[in-house]
Write a protein that binds this ligand. Structure first.
Ligand SMILES: [Fe+2]
Ligand SMILES: [Fe+2]
Length: 272
């Protein structure tokens, strides 16, 4: 058996307005006490960069491998870095300096289990399907719904970022699929990938629109085509979800969302 402990949306904050450092330390201790074989941190770690690196410090002494992916808040610009510099250099480097695995670049393999990860990015495919909107609608109104529009200054569109991350994830999954030493795969993402992970509220227009920025179902379709995938662990929603994605020809996928909220970090344990 391989045990994985996962957390997300820690929103570590030295100023204590979001999640205080000792709350994060408590979560790290709890995960350590679970005798997990690996730990996963699924994004929204801390902003600005001092909070991101401060949060990773809490994981740097952990005895088991720790895999890290970024979340949308982690790529918000700050006084020292623009979003692209954070994404391409500062964040992966901060993880590497602390001996943590930047899953976006390389999976972890623990026993016969492969752990892949990506921030994933919303591509509006999770918007309520009953909404009929003009082309470009979700990009055009994003600044009214999501603070990402104000704090992320890279030049990629949401669709471009979503596709780039999806394709990289597919390449990693493909490699694990062909690796005979791996028989099961866990996928960690910040942004949820499956309808079963989302919360629908079709009578609420604002909610239905906001879901455009809360998931990427297209990436979910790609992930579910890989037979070894057994578990998908996501964050971003700040709500606990426990679901099963049924597949016709392959085993079911356990699809979780970790329900951390500001000041209230949470974690889950998965045994495979
Ligand atoms: Fe978050
Ligand atoms: Fe998020």
């Amino acid at each position: 058996m391989v045990r994985i402990a996962a957390t997300s949306d820690l929103h570590f904050d030295l100023s204590r307005a979001l999640t205080a450092p000792e709350r994060v330390a408590g979560i790290v201790e709890a995960m350590r006490g679970s005798e997990a074989d690996a730990i996963v941190v699924a994004g929204d770690i801390g902003h600005p960069f001092a909070n991101f690196s401060g949060c990773l410090d809490a994981f740097s002494g952990v005895e088991v491998p720790v895999g890290v992916v970024a979340g949308n808040h982690d790529v918000w610009r700050d006084e020292d870095f623009d979003s692209r510099s954070l994404w391409e250099r500062a964040l992966p480097q901060a993880a590497a300096e602390r001996g943590l695995r930047w899953l976006e670049s390389e999976p972890l393999i623990v026993g016969h289990v492969g752990i892949v990860g990506t921030m994933a990015w919303y591509d509006y495919s999770a918007a309520d399907p009953s909404l009929v909107v003009p082309d470009n609608y979700y990009a055009a109104i994003k600044s009214r719904i999501s603070n990402d529009a104000h704090w992320i200054d890279w030049s990629w569109s949401d669709i471009e970022m979503a596709r780039m991350l999806r394709d990289r994830l597919a390449d990693q999954l493909d490699l694990l699929d062909r690796n005979p030493a791996v028989d099961r795969v866990v996928v960690a993402t910040h942004v949820p990938l499956f309808e079963e992970q989302l919360l629908r509220n079709p009578d609420n227009f604002a909610w239905s629109v906001a879901n455009a920025y809360f998931g990427n179902l297209e990436t979910g379709r790609v992930v579910s085509a890989f037979p070894k995938v057994r578990v998908v662990i996501s964050g971003h929603l700040h709500t606990t979800r426990t679901a099963v994605v049924h597949r016709r020809r392959n085993p079911d996928i356990q699809a979780l969302v970790i329900g951390s909220d500001y000041g209230e970090p949470a974690w889950v344990q998965v045994d495979l």
